[in-house]
Design a protein around this ligand. Structure first.
Ligand SMILES: [Zn+2]
Length: 355
């Protein structure tokens, strides 16, 4: 699956696009997770002081800024972005609003809230140790956020439904194991690796008592995940992550589209081929998010290209299966299987075989 999609979903970043991420080695030899993001355009048009929508000034200084986020498992986490500037009638040329941090802060709001909560309950030196920062930083943060101290304690507390994923980065050369809390959508743990030992590390951080409270653990088909889950989360039901399955459907549509483009080119139908090349997003987006141009594109495919439109409908029905759940979902899934058998699209037959 795409790591950037996962990262955004997992870090709980709102109104933000995740562009990429990587692990970089810090001065002390440990690994830092750097997540590259940009705010939605509607957010970046706001003044960071008063949140009013203002005329833009420029795209930023050209040097990206970084915010320290909450540690995720073993990784120190940073959010990195270019910050545009706006020209506010009241505040003049100032940095645009970013959804993840307060103006002027080098820390994400989640990080500040956590530090403030801890500082209210723990000596500052202990907080500094725990959050791997200095006591000077701790007292500065506390001063700033004491008014809006919100209680975020242990990310691993209260987990009931979780997902365990492997995410690749640097072109698939390196891997992270990520754990998501399905009830909040937050990333709660991550560590480098893609093996049983890494998954076991998560369960030792979680502890037996909290592991026993897990009811659902979703994962992709990797046996090195499921084998550990079976032993460590005795009361949990293992499921296939619907997110993955829908992603497979989306990938299958893209395969059909690429094959169709190749066939058209082979028949020297260049115009038709390039029209389909531009149709990628119309086919992959959820229908409720389509622009009116994309709807027209889709209509065109419907009238000229049977296979591709069938692929599109198969993807959409697969999405419906998981939206419905229960008996209705089961019926839809059964219908979906027989439709795949009839359609004769290899890409979808492969998906059907994996479910
Ligand atoms: Zn302003």
């Amino acid at each position: 699956m795409r790591g950037t999609t996962l990262c955004g979903r997992l870090l709980g970043l709102k109104r933000t696009v995740v562009e990429g991420f990587e692990l970089v080695e810090a001065a002390d030899g440990s690994d830092d997770l750097v997540v590259r993001v940009r705010p939605y355009a509607a957010e970046a048009a706001k003044c960071s002081r008063c949140r009013r929508v203002c005329p833009g000034y420029d795209g930023g200084s050209g040097r990206p800024r970084r915010w320290r986020g909450l540690d995720v498992g073993e990784l120190r986490t940073f959010i990195e972005a270019d910050v545009a500037r706006v020209n506010c009638p009241d505040h003049k040329v100032v940095a645009a609003h970013v959804p993840w941090a307060c103006p002027g802060s080098r820390f994400t709001s989640a990080f500040e809230d956590t530090v403030a909560w801890l500082a209210a309950n723990t000596p500052a030196s202990a907080v500094a140790e725990l959050q791997r920062t200095t006591w000077r930083t701790v007292s500065a943060i506390v001063t700033r956020v004491v008014a809006r101290a919100a209680g975020r304690v242990d990310l691993l507390d209260g987990l009931v439904r979780i997902g365990i994923d492997e995410v690749s980065y640097r072109k698939g050369q390196n891997y992270l194991v990520c754990v998501v809390n399905h009830d909040t959508g937050a990333l709660v743990w991550a560590a480098k690796g893609r093996d049983k030992a890494t998954v076991e590390k998560f369960f030792s951080a979680l502890g037996e008592e909290r592991a026993a409270k897990l009811e659902v653990v979703s994962a992709d088909a990797a046996t090195w995940i499921s084998e550990v889950v079976k032993v460590q989360a005795k009361n949990a039901v293992m499921t296939m992550d619907p997110f993955h399955v829908v992603q497979w459907g989306t990938d299958a549509v893209d395969q059909v589209r690429r094959r169709t483009v190749a066939v058209l080119k082979g028949q020297k139908l260049d115009e038709e081929a390039s029209a389909l090349k531009g149709s990628r997003w119309a086919l992959l987006k959820n229908p409720e998010n389509l622009t009116s141009d994309q709807k027209v594109t889709l209509e065109g495919i419907k009238s000229t290209n049977d296979d591709l439109f069938t692929a599109y409908l198969l993807k959409e029905q697969l999405r419906d299966v998981f939206a419905q759940r229960g008996d209705k979902g089961k019926k839809l899934l059964a219908g979906w299987f027989s439709w795949v058998a009839e359609a004769g699209l290899a890409a979808f037959e492969k998906v059907a075989a994996s479910i």
